[in-house]
Design a protein around this ligand. Structure first.
Ligand SMILES: [Zn+2]
Length: 410
């Protein structure tokens, strides 16, 4: 069922290889490499997964990273990244990248934002300077950043919101999705690593690291634009949003507007209800989730892609996910614990260091604490997804629910 999406330039293809119940194991081909799905995408907000060198991310088996358009637009600026060959060249990352549209950050980091039909006016959280994002400018920024997968500009509906407000917000997102697609179709060949665009780099070309372009890249390959389903917590509006977003037509679909403060049970319900309206032959991406148990569960529902700051952010606060439940490494009871953080984890932290040492590094506020904690948490998330994918490939419908233990911290 290999399927090419996009009429002209070949950008991504998605192939479902195995199924178990609603879950699918698939393969997503992008201009910068292949992604085995379901996949967890670590978040590299400002072109870095905090504390992790890119070679370690490769060693961990990260196949796709997420970058945040809002942050990169403010600093270092899209033009700087574009001149370096896009994010791949700038951050020396040869594998796939996805950028969000900037919409979610504008909504979550800006209390003074003003939304109009045209777009959103907001102030930089760095220096208070005024800025404006529209569907067109958000596409322009994401084309300049040059991720393999980019997202339509949407309004993330706040929680709670009444039905009238949720519907109006969904309608705005649909209009913005059309504008996003129109701009993208007219400008997609301006991506910094596109075959037709090398001249734009001019004399810079020779200085761009080899990561800027994948040798296997067909000459006409470019980015893919995914649509985003909104509709708040209203299942009927979710259905309508899904159907009308599909009418506009995208090579992949995201479920946005979750993890905005709703109860977790509601998150699951919305995901499950929305998935059934999304095409089975296109990748489905749930934005901004979740715990290890949740990502395994959502994969079992048929979600192919997920991203979340949780493993990296929690790591910096000394909260570690293990096969035996959550560990808060700051606790005094680990002070003389010679055992590994997680006896069932094969990551280089668990192979080498004791809980006592990790606890000491954290208590001493050492930089290495953040590095090692992040490394383990990412490894745990990626291993979780690999186990889930393996179970799906074997057709084990219930195999993956037991692959993650959700025991609370003892
Ligand atoms: Zn580990």
């Amino acid at each position: 069922m290999l399927q090419s999406q996009g009429k002209e330039a070949m950008s991504t293809t998605f192939h479902v290889e195995g199924r178990a119940g609603s879950a699918r194991a698939g393969r997503l081909l992008t201009p910068h490499g292949e992604i085995e799905t379901p996949v967890f995408m670590p978040v590299g907000t400002v072109a870095t997964v905090k504390g992790m060198p890119q070679d370690i991310l490769e060693e961990l088996g990260v196949q796709i990273l997420l970058g945040n358009t809002y942050h990169l637009y403010l600093r270092p600026g899209v033009e700087t990244v574009r001149q370096m060959g896009g994010l791949h060249g700038f951050m020396a990352w040869p594998r796939a990248i996805l950028t969000d549209s900037g919409g979610f950050q504008v909504f979550s980091l800006n209390e003074l934002r003003k939304v109009s039909e045209e777009g959103v006016t907001f102030r930089s959280h760095l220096d208070g300077s005024p800025h404006f994002f529209s569907p067109e400018s958000a596409m322009q920024a994401q084309i300049g950043l040059g991720a393999d997968i980019i997202m339509a500009f949407d309004e993330c509906t706040e929680y709670p919101a009444d039905r009238a407000r949720t519907k109006a917000s969904m309608e705005l997102t649909l209009r913005w999705a059309e504008r996003s697609k129109k701009y993208f179709e007219e400008h997609k060949n301006e991506v910094p690593w596109s075959g037709t665009q090398c001249s734009v780099l001019g004399s810079q070309q020779t200085k761009i690291p080899r990561f800027a372009r994948n040798d296997k890249l067909p000459g006409d390959s470019t980015q893919s634009l995914f649509g985003i389903v909104q509709g708040g917590m209203d299942l009927e509006l979710r259905k309508e949003s899904a159907e009308r977003t599909i009418e506009i037509g995208f090579p992949g679909y995201a479920i946005g507007g979750l993890s905005v403060g709703e109860p977790r049970e509601r998150t699951r319900e919305v995901i499950e209800a929305t998935l059934e309206h999304l095409p089975a032959d296109k990748p489905r991406y749930v934005m901004g989730v979740g715990t290890p148990e949740e990502i395994a569960e959502y994969a079992s529902l048929g979600v192919d892609m997920m991203d979340c700051v949780l493993p990296t952010r929690a790591a910096r606060h000394g909260l570690l996910f293990t096969s035996e439940g959550k560990v808060s490494i700051k606790q005094a009871r680990y002070a003389q614990d010679p055992g590994p953080l997680d006896p069932n984890c094969g990551c280089r932290v668990c192979r080498r260091y004791s809980r006592a040492y990790l606890r000491h590094l954290y208590a001493s506020n050492e930089v290495l604490a953040q590095v090692l904690n992040t490394l383990h948490n990412l490894s745990f998330y990626l291993d979780t997804m690999r186990r889930v994918r393996h179970s799906i490939s074997l057709g084990e419908e219930s195999g993956f629910s037991s692959s993650v233990r959700s025991r609370p911290e003892p």
